[in-house]
Design a protein around this ligand. Structure first.
Ligand code: CP
Length: 322
C-alpha cells in the first residue's frame, strides 16, 4: 500500500466530472493507485465494502464498464446484482423510478446506471436513498471512463498538467469526450478536439479546448491521442459523406503516425472500430495503452465505489484494505 490517503470526499453520488474539483479528482486517482495492487494479489479481494449491495442497472449495451464495475465491487467484497432493461419489468411498462423504488425496498446501497438518455442517473439520484454512479448517460458524461483515462495517462507520464491531448472522432455524440474535457482541463492539460464540423458541438471552445479539423495537426502536436468511434446509434441523420472518406481524413494509420512524437500515447475507450478511426497497426502498436485503460478501469471503479459508499469522511484507506 502507498502512503495514507485521508479521504477528501463528501459526495453521495458520482454523476459527472463537470461538478468535481481538481482535488476531488485527485482523491479518486490516489485512492485508485492504492487499490490497484489488490488485483495483483493471488486472492483479489479486500473487505472494504463487505455487507454492501450494489445494483448494476444497464439500460444500454456494455462490455467493459459493466464487467469492470462488477469486478470492482466483488474485489471490495460487496454483493452485486446485474439488471439489464431487456430482462426487467421495464419491458412490461414499469417506470424507471418504480423500478428503483422496488430495488431500494430490497435495501441496496448503490446503483450503477447506464442509459441512452442524458440525465437519467441524475433523475434517479433525486429519488434514491442509495448512491448513484453514472456509468454513461447519452452524450452527457461517462465519468469513470475519463477517470480511468486520467489514471492511465498519469501512470505512463507521471503528470497530466501541461500535456497536449488531442481527441479525434465523433465529439458531438461522445460522453467520453465531454467527461475527458472536464477532467483533463481541470488537471491542467491542453486539450484539442479534432473532427469534421458536423461531428463537433457548436461553441465547444467554451469548454476550454482548441479546435482543428486537420488530423495531421492534431497528431503532430499531441502527447496523448484519444480516438473515438463514430456513434451511428446516436446520429439521426448522416453527418459524414461515408466511412471511407472519414477514414482517409481522420483515421489513424502508420502514415499519419510518422510525424507523431516518439513517446505518444494512443488511447481509445472502446469499442474500437478497426480500420475506421484506428488501424490495427496503431491499436496494437507500441504506443497503444488501450488495454491498460481497461485494466485500470477496475482500480478506478473500486476507488469510486469505496469513496461513494464505503469511506466515512476523513478515514484513512489503509483501515479498509488489509
Ligand atoms: N468504454 C465503454 O464504455 O465501453 P463499454 O460500452 O463496453 O462499457
Amino acid at each position: 500500500m502507498s502512503a495514507a490517503i485521508e479521504t477528501l470526499w463528501t459526495r453521495k453520488h458520482l454523476l459527472g466530472l463537470e461538478d468535481l474539483s481538481a482535488d476531488e479528482i485527485n482523491t479518486i486517482l490516489k485512492t485508485a493507485a492504492s487499490l490497484k495492487e489488490v488485483s495483483l494479489r493471488p486472492i483479489k479481494k479486500v473487505p472494504a465494502l463487505r455487507g454492501k449491495t450494489i445494483v448494476n442497472l444497464f439500460f444500454e449495451p456494455s462490455t467493459r464498464t459493466r464487467t469492470s464495475f462488477e469486478l470492482a465491487a466483488k474485489r471490495l467484497s460487496a454483493d452485486t446484482i446485474n439488471i439489464a432493461s431487456s430482462s426487467s419489468s421495464l419491458t412490461k411498462g414499469e417506470t424507471i423510478i418504480d423500478t428503483v423504488n422496488n430495488l431500494e425496498a430490497l435495501k441496496v446501497d448503490a446503483f450503477v446506471v447506464r442509459h441512452a438518455s442524458a440525465g437519467v442517473p441524475n433523475l434517479i439520484a433525486q429519488h434514491a436513498r442509495a448512491s448513484v454512479i453514472n456509468a454513461g448517460d447519452g452524450a452527457h458524461e461517462h465519468p469513470t471512463q475519463a477517470l480511468l483515462d486520467l489514471f492511465t495517462i498519469q501512470e505512463h507520464r507521471k503528470k497530466i498538467a501541461g500535456l497536449k491531448v488531442s481527441i479525434i472522432g465523433d465529439i458531438s455524440h461522445s460522453r467520453v469526450a465531454r467527461s475527458n474535457i472536464w477532467g483533463l482541463t481541470k488537471l491542467g492539460a491542453e486539450v484539442t478536439v479534432c473532427a469534421p464540423p458536423t461531428l463537433l458541438p457548436v461553441e465547444i471552445e467554451r469548454m476550454g479546448v482548441q479546435v482543428t479539423h486537420d488530423a495531421n495537426e492534431a497528431v503532430e502536436n499531441a502527447d496523448v491521442l484519444m480516438l473515438l468511434r463514430i456513434q451511428h446509434e446516436r446520429q439521426e441523420t448522416q453527418l459524414i459523406p461515408g466511412i471511407r472518406e472519414y477514414r482517409l481524413r481522420y483515421g489513424i494509420d502508420a502514415q499519419r503516425l510518422e510525424k507523431a512524437k516518439p513517446d505518444l500515447l494512443i488511447m481509445h475507450p472502446g469499442p474500437v472500430n478497426r480500420g475506421v478511426e484506428l488501424d490495427s497497426f496503431a491499436a496494437d502498436g507500441k504506443s497503444s495503452v488501450i488495454l491498460d485503460q481497461v485494466t485500470n478501469g477496475v482500480a478506478v471503479r473500486m476507488a469510486v465505489l469505496y469513496l461513494v459508499i464505503g469511506a466515512p469522511e476523513g478515514t484513512p484507506l489503509e483501515g479498509a484494505v488489509v
